[in-house]
Ligand binder design. Structure first.
Ligand code: ADP
Ligand code: MG
Length: 376
């Protein structure tokens, strides 16, 4: 079996990239997965998406791997490029791991994701999206609030100053997001309490791996208890050292069930698939709030998802193999859109003249397969 591990190599692209460490991490994940999967007749080969280049599309079209492990979190150091990758893989007709473009796009457009959660009755903090600093004057949400970039993840843009208690500091935080990230600011009610992560694996069935919790150390006694960018990525920083992850032991089984249910509902609302992590804040009264949905979450061997899998008895190579199986099972169960039934009652297909990207693909894929088979 031939697997392509697609990842973004764009961390050297911008001199002053507020998400550089997050972007560099994915290169290490690609190597770890390649090592974990490549044995016997499995060949798992990292393939970089460099900058904004599309060379990888031609390469994949020639390669015709049996599966693409999609680790891309950004394109050209822009997180909004993440959702382009599954679209291109769909057009190539290649099965891939993780969520489709729509889910990735929704998870990254936090205000849209939250509208969906609200519509489905999934608990999430009250919020507003601010496109202009002038909107601060008319905002009607009770303080304290937290301000974050509406289109980033991995704690990019989150500092202690993101939590605000009055309109003047709200104005400064919103202004900083608009100026630094050139995107709207998401203003959300700040939820005090514990921060608990629910890792989810599989589709039918989908199960929760053991829950993990962020412990806020001494440094955070007189600071907002939040996972800042430094806490997430800068391993020498006091923020990082004071936010260890720990297994989340809940004595209250009903509370645990409520957290898992909320996380699953949020994951399903965005139509995420295969694997991911839903982050919750839980008030001292035990009310869960979804604060972040992470489809295609970090698969680094030392990151939370792999640790949770280990706690459930899946070591890294078992997890990697399971991810491959889950994606292939799903892809084979649904088939690919281009393999849809033709004839009466079948879904209407676009005019063939507009489908030149897809035209002849099955044929060329068969040819590629035959060429490979005869070369073996
Ligand atoms: N509504 C909230 N209430 C309390 N803390 C929050 C809230 N939203 C975010 N945080 C804190 O900020 C961190 C980063 O926010 P998050 O929404 O997860 O953004 P990202 O997608 O960048 O990870 C969270 O891990 C949490 O500590
Ligand atoms: Mg988060």
């Amino acid at each position: 079996m031939h697997i392509a591990i697609l990842y973004n190599r764009d961390h050297e692209l911008l001199e002053d990239d507020p998400g550089r460490e997050a972007r560099e991490d994915v290169t290490r994940v690609a190597s770890a997965l390649s090592e974990a999967l490549s044995h016997g007749d499995v060949h798992a080969e990292p393939l970089a998406v460099e900058g904004a280049g599309l060379e990888f599309v031609d390469l994949l079209a020639r390669m015709q791997p049996d599966l693409v492990i999609n680790l891309c979190e950004s394109v050209a150091a822009d997180a909004r490029g993440e959702m382009v990758i599954p679209c291109l893989l769909d057009m190539l007709g290649l099965p891939y791991t993780g969520s489709p473009a729509l889910s990735l796009g929704l998870a990254l457009h936090k205000d849209k994701a939250k509208e969906l959660l609200k519509a489905r009755g999934v608990s999430t903090p009250g919020f507003a999206r601010l496109d202009r600093v002038e909107d601060v004057a008319t905002l009607e949400l009770p303080f304290p609030l937290i301000v974050k970039p509406a289109r980033e993840d991995a704690s990019v843009g989150i500092t202690s100053d993101s939590v605000v208690h009055d309109r003047a500091s709200l104005g400064r935080a919103v202004e900083a997001v608009l100026r630094t990230f050139h995107q709207p600011a998401l203003v959300e009610q700040f939820i005090p309490g514990r921060e608990i992560y629910v890792p989810l694996l599989g589709n039918h069935p989908r199960r929760a791996l053991p829950l993990t919790e962020i412990r806020f150390g001494k440094l955070f006694e007189d600071r907002p208890n939040i996972v800042t960018y430094a806490a997430k990525w800068e391993s020498n920083s006091p923020d990082y050292q004071n936010t260890p992850t720990a297994p989340c032991l809940l004595e209250d089984a009903a509370l645990e069930a409520r957290l898992v249910r909320t996380a699953m509902d949020a994951f399903a609302a965005l139509e995420c698939q295969d694997y991911g992590r839903v982050d919750l804040r839980v008030t001292p009264e035990g009310v869960p709030y979804v604060i972040d949905i992470n489809p295609n979450c970090d698969l680094h061997p030392e990151a939370g998802f792999a640790k949770a899998a280990r706690a459930a008895g899946l070591d890294y190579s078992a997890l990697a193999t399971r991810l491959v199986e889950i994606a292939l099972e799903r892809a084979h169960a649904h088939g690919h859109p281009t393999a849809r039934r033709k004839g009466p009652g079948a879904p209407r297909l676009p005019d063939p003249s507009n489908r030149n990207v897809l035209a002849g693909r099955n044929g060329s894929r068969d040819r590629a397969r035959r060429a490979r088979a005869s070369a073996e």
